[in-house]
Design a protein around this ligand. Structure first.
Ligand SMILES: Cc1cc2nc3c(=O)[nH]c(=O)nc-3n(C[C@H](O)[C@H](O)[C@H](O)COP(=O)(O)O)c2cc1C
Length: 321
């Protein structure tokens, strides 16, 4: 069973994944937030940092592409291959954001199955790279899924990572677990499960449901509790990669300080750094006791000084739940 870090725009970028990899139980793969393919694509410096070995060292990083144009997909994938040495690329068929789906991309592409089929045919013929897919299970109706499974079954997908929600679900309700089950019955390609693994208990429940899943992908659960995989592995009896002298709170502190330091080095200005840190805290703070007033202070901070004071008091006065 492999463990993957989910792509999360604005969160699981190269700074985050490097700090995570050094501080917590390492993931088997780290998927980049989506990179939009365009005609005559030139990568921006931000995109280069996401995928370059210069900024990612030996981390197993898989670049993710967002597009519904096969030629653009292939050209962008080949930039990743020829200039940065990538062998695998991931296709985003899950993004539910209105600006993306309105253009028929991300989860919006699932609403045009014939076009998707032609697109997949072209990209699998057009490159020797391994192509994995991250998908939702349809746009509006569970019935969409059958047709999509027929399409996926036709191609040599390296791995199909399924977030079993419809586009219209956004992130609401519980995942539609039975649709992941359908995929297991119908497909022979390796399947990855993604969605709502927020605790060790949730992990165990989903593991029991899908013991044959090839991988689990972690998003919001690991952002909120970066030590989640350490906890899962410890519960599972795997004692590797632990420094038992350190508490999770100490590890969180080191992790926070590393990200905060690196953002100060690579982003310009207090505003940009604090914007990123505040977004992280909106996930992490609820993992602490009595967090509300500390989170409020963190969110209100305008300068490094008041931000650091708020973070210091949270770590000093509260405990991890
Ligand atoms: C803020 C945010 C940004 C995201 N960005 C991406 C993205 O760039 N590409 C992608 O495939 N999924 C993206 N996702 C979806 C996640 O990868 C994941 O599928 C989703 O959060 C469900 O998994 P979870 O319940 O473990 O969080 C994003 C989700 C969130 C909340």
């Amino acid at each position: 069973m492999k463990n993957y870090m989910a792509p999360m725009e604005g969160v699981t970028n190269w700074v985050y994944r490097n700090a995570y990899h050094d501080c917590f139980y390492p993931m088997d793969k780290y998927f980049t937030p989506f990179i939009t393919a365009k005609p005559n694509k030139r990568l921006s410096s931000k995109e280069i940092k996401e995928i370059s070995p210069d900024t990612n060292g030996n981390l197993p990083v898989i670049p993710q592409i967002l597009t519904n144009n096969a030629e653009d997909f292939i050209k962008t994938a080949h930039i990743f291959r020829d200039e940065y040495g990538h062998k695998e690329v991931n296709l985003n068929l899950g993004c539910p954001s209105g600006t993306v789906t309105a253009k028929g991309k991300g989860a919006g592409f699932l609403g045009e199955p014939d076009k998707l089929d032609r697109f997949l045919d072209e990209i699998f013929k057009g490159t020797d790279m391994e192509i994995s897919i991250k998908t939702r299970v349809g746009t509006d109706y569970e019935e969409d899924w059958e047709r999509l499974l027929d399409i996926y079954a036709k191609y040599p997908v390296k791995e199909l990572i399924i977030h079993p929600r419809l586009l219209k679900d956004h992130y609401k309700g519980t995942p539609r677990y039975e649709l992941f089950q359908n995929a297991q019955e119908k497909l022979t390609v390796p399947l990855g499960y993604n969605g709502d693994i927020f605790s060790v208990e949730a992990y165990q429940e989903i593991r029991v449901k899908f013991p044959d899943a090839d991988s689990f992908m972690y998003g919001r659960g690991v952002i909120a509790r970066p030590y989640l995989l350490d906890e899962i592995m410890r519960t599972g009896g795997n004692k590797e990669n632990f420094n038992r002298q350190e508490t999770y709170k100490q590890k969180m502190r080191q992790f926070h300080d590393r990200i905060y330091h690196d953002y100060q080095e690579y982003l310009s200005g207090e505003r940009n750094v604090l914007f990123r840190m505040k977004e992280l805290w909106s996930y992490m703070a609820p993992g602490f006791t009595n967090y509300a007033k500390y989170l409020k202070k963190i969110k209100k901070s305008q300068h490094f000084g008041d931000y650091e004071a708020a973070v210091m008091s949270l770590f000093g006065e509260q405990e991890i739940i």
